[in-house]
Design a protein around this ligand. Sequence first.
Ligand code: AMP
Length: 216
Amino acid sequence: MRVLMVAPPGAGKGTQGAIIAAHFDVPHIATGDLLREHVARGTELGRAVKERLDRGELVPDEVVLEMVRAAMVTAKSNGGGYVLDGMPRNITQARALYQIALSLEMTANVALHLKAADDELIRRLLARAALEHRSDDTEDVIRRRLALYHEVTHPIVEWYEARGILVSVDAMRPVERVARQILTALEAMRPLIDFVPETARRSVDLTGLGVAFGET
Ligand code: AMP
C-alpha cells in the first residue's frame, strides 16, 4: 500500500499515518519528524532549516524532495509500500514527487485527505502545545501554518482528485473512528489497487458518511 497524506496541521496526520503504516506494515515517512530530528541532532541540514520550522514556514522544496527520495529508495528495498506524511506541501512538490515515484515505480495508490475545520484545528494544536512544547505550536505560528496550508497545500487536493486517487475523510471525530474509516476504505480498495489503471481510478469522498449513518 502506498499512501500520501494531505491534511492541515492538527488534523491528525501523524497519528493516522502511524496507524496506517502499522496496519499495512509499511514505513511511515514523516517529513516534519525527519526535519525535527535533524534540528535535535544539530546536523548541518538541521541548522539550516531550524528558523523556518520555528516560524512555521516551509523549508525549500529541494531539501525535502532529496530527503524523501532517499526514504523512498529505502522503502523500495523493504517491499515498496509507504505512508508519506507531510509531503507534498505545494503543487511543485506534488509534481516533483510524482516524477520521483514514477522513476522508482512507486506512485501513490491513495492520496488521503483529512478534513477538519480551522477552529477545531487551533483548539487541538493549542492543547498539543501544552503537552509537547513544539517550537511551532504557539498561537501566532499555528495561525501562520494554517494560512499557509490553505494558500499553498490545500490546492493540491484538486490535483489528486483529477488523478482519481483522492480519498477524503472527516477528521473532526475521535481518533479511533477516523482510523477505522480510513482502514476500512483502504482495505476495500486494496484488492483492486494493482489492477485498475491510473486513468480508470475514481476519487472517494467519505466526509458525509458519519452523518449519513446518524452520527452527530
Ligand atoms: P509537520 O510536522 O508536518 O507539521 O511539519 C513541521 C514543519 O516542517 C513545517 O511547518 C515545515 O516547516 C517543515 N516541513 C515538513 N514537511 C515539509 C515539506 N514537505 N515541505 C516544506 N517544509 C516541510
